[in-house]
Design a protein around this ligand. Structure first.
Ligand code: FCB
Length: 782
């Protein structure tokens, strides 16, 4: 078998961390860490503290060349600082000897998130002292273990420690303060610098840091990396890249914060914590950058979005779920990103040597008498190794690859239910069992590479042959059909387990006859709706394509086209339909729903039905706009309605009426179509109906822009004489003089919701309609 080889001397191994595997949290004078306090789970973990010999032996048998572990700070300084507890280092002494005996090179991480609780009580990472104590700790550990550690890593994933620990609070110590998160980030960087200095002073041979680097992209780029971005999306991507990646890369490797970041830090936390000389300290020469990669960050511009607490400064950016294959954690599987990431690091920091210090996946493992056939984990790691190899062939200086992780362990806030190990651990007995992935990895190490051709996976035929039934029967079982006897079902499932078979599209479609094609049916884009329609088509297409669906775009503009569309769907040529917008009271939606093919509507249908739809809260938005006008002291408020056969217009009128009724005011209405000129005409009419008119609420921004024109022509000053509010927040609304107060509707969210709803329906899950909130945007026109 030919080999997709890696460079000679490529380092293969695994990574672990102290809190996640050691257990023995009160043994031999260990102090408390923030994770002992925070974690809901008993921290016995894998009892590696006592079973390290067995674990080293496992690694040796698997042929590992390298082992990255972390030292537990509270074992060495139970109070975080002050007096060294030398006995706390005995364990690592023994571990290192065992590793070296086994021919395994030790890579030691000093900080993998288990801060001594005493230091948290004294201020934690937002306090500068913590970085100084870290340097003392680094010196003490290097002094004792330095003769046997090949490479030291200072801090693991400072982004996670700072922003999940102090920003969103989903990690220990669970604080929720954006200012603290930025301060913690800076002090973790400082700890890296001071720690590196201390390690060198103690004679350390090689020093590095470990970052989680997440490529940032839009949903569209997940399936098409080269896709061009709108200016707004490009800005969103760049900003999140700064917050997640460059915030750490640039200080460490270039001695400066990215210029775009400083104003964000300053307005959130001030800059008082960044002292002169800090950045020189942080940018100590580094021998190796450890890169942890699991999944990309997928974002797009979404003006109404508040900042995510894990990314303070991310206002106006939506973090998207993409309908791609995911691990059990829900992390999208995108191996190609790792190639891009390594190419990028090589281009931007050409002198820095790299090592993949973590990569791996959580999947649900099925333990059978015959073993643990974790084919998904194998294929995850294999695909990522191919991605690494592609980058290496392009010249990326990647020195090795460490799988996360050796053992199923205590996965932080998620506890024991996450399974990242190559080795299964039964936590009741502490019994270790190799999964297939461990044996597969052993072979990769042995041949220093992958097989050129991907291993043959068991197919539908193999399962059918093993269980002695037809392919269609296997497909029925896989699809959960009831028409299969319990005995046959049991024997098929046994074969599935034993062979480690993962059902693919063929198995799923044999009985269900899936086409993997979705019809996106557009009614003629009406005036004013184009912007929304265009955006929705773009998002829905890229999201569904990302989920492996093909899109057929169909235009519903004539009775004849309606007939053809219904025939097409009836003929079983598509799996599902997205219909937008179904405003007019036509019958297309009804006729399509009778075909039995799952259908999702964008916009509430005119005739109530069982079809799920996605819409925005039109009534709520109109009510908010009207209440805003009332709150500004306006009493003579007219509303310009659009065509009353549009459901959205009916809902906006309802909302307006509700607000007026609650304020004991009589509504005054003028009808219009959807053009600016009709908005102007309606305004003239309202002015002549009630010369005391002091406000206009228009059902759309286009109509409101017409109202602005009419007010100007009638010599009314906006907003002094006449306040004007619109709806939709189209681009033009912020460009009028004065800027238009309006109601913002979440465009991308609607598209996302439509795509998700359809995907759930295709999977046969129960679905409910989604109504998304709108938001009042106040500008000068009111
Ligand atoms: C990384 C951590 C590691 C483990 C994996 C799944 O962020 O460094 O400890 O939790 O994720």
């Amino acid at each position: 078998m030919s080999t997709a080889a890696f460079p000679e001397g490529f380092i293969w191994g695994v990574s672990t961390s102290a809190f996640q595997i050691e257990g023995a949290t009160s043994a031999d004078g260990r102090g408390q860490s923030i994770w002992d306090t925070f974690s809901a789970d008993r921290a016995d973990a894998c009892d590696h503290y006592h079973r390290y010999r067995e674990d080293v032996r496992l690694m040796k048998d698997l042929g590992m060349a390298a082992y990255r572990f972390s030292v537990s700070w509270p074992r060495v300084f139970p109070d975080g600082s002050g007096k060294l507890h030398a006995a706390g280092l005995d364990f690592y002494d023994r571990l290192l000897d065992e590793l070296l005996d086994a021919g395994i090179t030790p890579y030691a991480t000093l900080y993998h998130w288990d801060l001594p609780q005493a230091l948290e009580d004294a201020g934690g990472w937002p306090s500068r002292d913590t970085a100084r104590h870290f340097a003392d700790y680094a010196a003490a550990v290097a002094d004792r273990l330095g003769d046997r550690v090949d490479t030291w890593f200072t801090v693991n994933e400072p982004w996670v420690a700072a922003f999940l620990g102090y920003g969103s609070g989903i990690h220990a110590p669970g604080r929720e303060s954006a200012a603290d998160a930025f301060r913690a980030a800076h002090h973790l960087l400082l700890a890296h610098g001071l720690g590196a200095q201390a390690l060198r002073a103690a004679g350390a041979a090689r020093v590095g840091g470990v970052l989680n680097i997440s490529p940032v992209m839009t949903p569209g780029q997940v399936s098409d990396a080269g896709r061009a971005l709108s200016a707004e999306d490009a800005e969103a991507v760049a900003r999140i890249d700064v917050l997640a990646n460059r915030q750490f890369l640039e200080p460490m490797l270039r001695g400066a914060y990215p210029p775009e970041l400083l104003p964000i830090i300053e307005r959130t936390a001030g800059l008082g914590h960044v002292h002169d000389g800090d950045l020189e300290l942080i940018s100590q020469p580094m021998d190796l950058l450890g890169v942890n990669y699991y999944t990309p960050l997928v974002v797009q511009a979404q003006p109404s979005e508040p900042a995510d607490p894990a990314y303070p400064g991310s206002e106006g950016v939506l973090f998207c779920t993409v309908p791609t294959a995911v691990t059990a954690m829900g992390w999208p599987i995108v191996p190609g990103c790792l190639t891009h990431l390594l190419r990028r690091l090589t281009a931007e920091y050409p002198d820095t040597e790299l090592m993949i210090t973590e990569n791996g996946a959580d999947f649900v493992d099925v333990v059978t008498g015959g073993g643990i056939h974790d084919v998904e984990r194998i294929s995850f790691i294999e695909e990522h190794l191919r991605a690494v190899r592609a980058a290496v062939q392009d010249g990326a200086k990647v020195r090795g690859f460490l799988v996360w992780t050796l053992l199923d362990n205590l996965e932080w806030a998620d506890g024991y239910r996450r399974k990242f190990g190559l080795v299964h651990v039964d936590f009741a007995t502490q019994r270790r069992r190799l999964k297939d992935s461990a044996l597969w990895y052993r072979d990769v190490i042995k041949r220093n590479g992958l097989t050129e051709t991907r291993p043959k996976r068991p197919t539908l035929e193999t399962v059918a042959a093993r269980s002695g039934v037809s392919r269609a029967t296997v497909s029925r079982v896989v699809n959960g059909e009831a028409s299969v006897s319990p005995e046959v079902r049991e024997s098929v499932l046994r074969a599935v387990r034993e062979l480690g078979y993962v059902p693919n599209a063929a198995a799923r479609s044999l009985v269900t006859r899936r086409t993997n094609t979705i019809a996106l049916v557009l009614s003629v884009p009406r005036q004013g709706g184009d912007q929304l329609t265009a955006a929705v088509v773009q998002y829905v297409t890229s999201l569904l394509e990302g989920a492996g669906k093909q899109i057929t775009l169909m235009l519903a503009d004539t009775a004849d086209s309606h007939r053809r569309i219904v025939q097409h769907v009836q003929a079983g040529l598509v799996d599902g339909v997205v219909l937008l917008p179904p405003d007019r009271g036509d019958t297309l939606a009804e006729r399509l729903s009778r075909t039995g093919v799952p259908i999702v509507l964008l916009g509430k249908p005119a005739i109530a039905s069982m079809m799920p739809y996605v819409d925005v809260d039109n009534a709520g938005g109109a009510k908010a706009a009207t209440e805003h006008l009332l709150a500004r002291g306006r009493r003579h408020i007219g509303m310009i309605c659009g065509p009353m056969d549009l459901v959205a217009v009916q809902d906006r009128l309802d909302g307006h009426r509700t607000a007026m009724r609650q304020a004991n005011r009589q509504p005054m209405l003028a009808l219009a179509d959807l053009t600016r000129s009709s908005g102007a005409a309606a305004t003239e009419q309202l002015l002549s109906d009630d010369p005391a008119l002091d406000a206009v609420f228009a059902a759309t921004d286009q109509l409101a822009i017409g109202a602005l024109q009419a007010a100007r022509e009638a010599g009314r000053r906006v907003p002094e004489d006449l306040a004007i509010a619109g709806f939709d927040d189209i681009d033009a609304a912020s460009a009028t003089t004065p800027g238009l107060t309006t109601i913002r509707i979440p465009v991308a969210d609607q598209a996302l919701a439509v795509a998700r709803l359809l995907l759930s329906r295709l999977e046969g899950r129960h679905t409910e309609s989604v109504v998304l909130p709108t938001r009042l945007v106040v500008r000068d026109s009111t």
